[in-house]
Design a protein around this ligand. Structure first.
Ligand code: HAM
Length: 411
């Protein structure tokens, strides 16, 4: 019986694991210098954690959540994103008594979207959140962190930063009324999906990737015409600081993000190398969210990046580790071989033990694996308590004590 992976899921192996680990290591380094604390939360949560905060009419909640009833009839959802679980965990564990709180997390998310290049039903995200400050420095710090991380990971790729402001609560409600009027007037020209959103959540129509909606969206009212003076000042400050810090960006007045919890600054880092799934990192402010989740009335700002999309842009990684093959010529030297392997590994030397007990077959296999050295144990080596160290690239070999081999390989 052959069981295939579930549609939209994928296994990571070989180069993908090396790339995944490179991202993970880099993120751990950045979190350290930017002073973010790691948090690891469960993969599933109560469904209500996501429904209202992400938006009852958002695509994620309407179509994409993996929701099921547990045996005791509780509604459970596999997390589609990490911001709400991280805030839930901060509230549950009383982590919000010293503010601002800076948290980061790496892990799997689940969305039942139509699978395509760069879009999966289970994928991995990096997530950074700052809870408890209105200061635009937090927005800037997060954008700079993302910018520096992307430059370090993908130094040769062209990645563009787009920003916008969604203003405060008042801005959004006035903007929604204007959008509703505008889309109502142009209803016939919109896609079916967007027509259904006119009354429930017209701002979501601006997210539409359907080409039918593009023209109507370009001519739609712009959110900047609805900013309060305070929201406007805040957005201008963000732009000024980014310019002064030499961070290149463009303003995209139609950037509204796909989730309902955002306000003020929103941003996305995009590439033109991945086709339609072009957003590498997306984020913004969510000032009412912690209160909505039953916590204190504190603001927040953060971003998430898709690990699979980042991996797709990375060059292959060469392992720097020396590959060393242990060849035991005859099964009767097995125990001696195991002891030698143990000694080498205790000295932090990586050893491949192949269980073939046949010089010819083992050498052929070591070459297939691209090993640099073979350590060979035959009759003479066994009797004299030594080994042969063979450099497979140079085709030279020498008999040595195990202590001298350890010295040579540790260089
Ligand atoms: P998001 O834009 O929904 O935001 O997702 C962030 C990133 O996750 C995307 O830019 C993309 O790289 C990756 N991503 C999303 N869906 C998929 C998928 N189906 N397959 C592969 N990669 C995907 C959020 O999740 C917010 N929680 C970000 C945030 C944090 N806002 C504030 N704090």
């Amino acid at each position: 019986m052959k069981i295939n992976p579930v549609r939209g899921t994928h296994d990571l192996y070989g180069q993908q694991v090396l790339k995944y680990k490179t991202i993970q290591d880099l993120i751990n380094d950045y979190s350290n210098v930017y002073n973010f604390e790691e948090i690891i939360t469960p993969i599933f949560e109560s469904t209500e954690l996501f429904k209202k905060p992400l938006g009852e009419n958002s695509d994620v909640v309407l179509k994409e959540m993996y929701t099921f009833k547990d045996k005791n009839e509780d509604s459970i959802t596999l997390r589609p994103e990490y911001t709400t679980p991280m805030i839930r965990a901060a509230i549950s564990n009383n982590l919000l008594n010293k503010l601002p709180k800076k948290l980061y997390g790496i892990g799997q998310m689940f969305r039942r979207e139509r699978p395509q290049k760069g879009r999966y039903r289970q994928f991995n995200q990096i997530n950074f959140e700052i809870l408890g400050t209105h200061d635009v420095s937090a927005d800037i710090e997060l954008i700079i962190l993302a910018n520096n991380f992307l430059k370090k990971l993908l130094p040769t790729k062209k990645i563009d930063l787009f920003i916008n402001s969604l203003g405060d609560k008042n801005t959004l409600s006035r903007f929604n009324i204007a959008l509703k009027k505008y889309f109502e007037k142009n209803k016939e020209k919109l896609s079916k999906d967007s027509q259904n959103k006119i009354n429930t959540n017209p701002v979501r129509i601006l997210d539409s990737k359907d080409p039918i909606d593009t023209e109507i969206n370009t001519k739609a009212p712009k959110i900047c015409d609805f900013y309060s003076s305070e929201a406007n000042e805040k957005f201008i400050k963000v732009q000024e600081i980014l310019k002064n810090m030499s961070v290149d960006f463009s303003i995209n007045p139609n950037l509204v993000r796909g989730l309902d919890y955002y306000c003020h600054t929103v941003f996305e880092f995009k590439t033109s190398d991945l086709g339609s799934q072009d957003t590498l990192i997306g984020g913004g402010r969510y000032d009412g969210l912690t209160k909505l989740l039953g916590g204190p009335d504190i603001p927040g700002v953060g971003w998430a990046g898709g690990i699979e999309r980042l991996m797709m842009l990375m060059d292959d990684i060469k392992s720097l580790e020396k590959k060393i093959h242990l060849i035991i010529n005859n099964e009767s030297f097995r125990e001696y071989g195991l002891k030698i392997a143990n000694q080498l590994r205790n000295a932090d030397i990586n050893i491949y033990f192949d269980y073939k007990y046949n010089l010819k077959k083992s050498l052929a296999y070591a070459n297939q694996l691209g090993s640099e050295y073979a350590i060979i144990i035959g009759d003479e080596e066994f009797q004299n308590n030594i080994c042969t160290l063979k450099n497979l690239n140079k085709n030279v070999q020498e008999k040595k004590s195990i202590e001298n081999i350890i010295k040579d390989l540790s260089k």
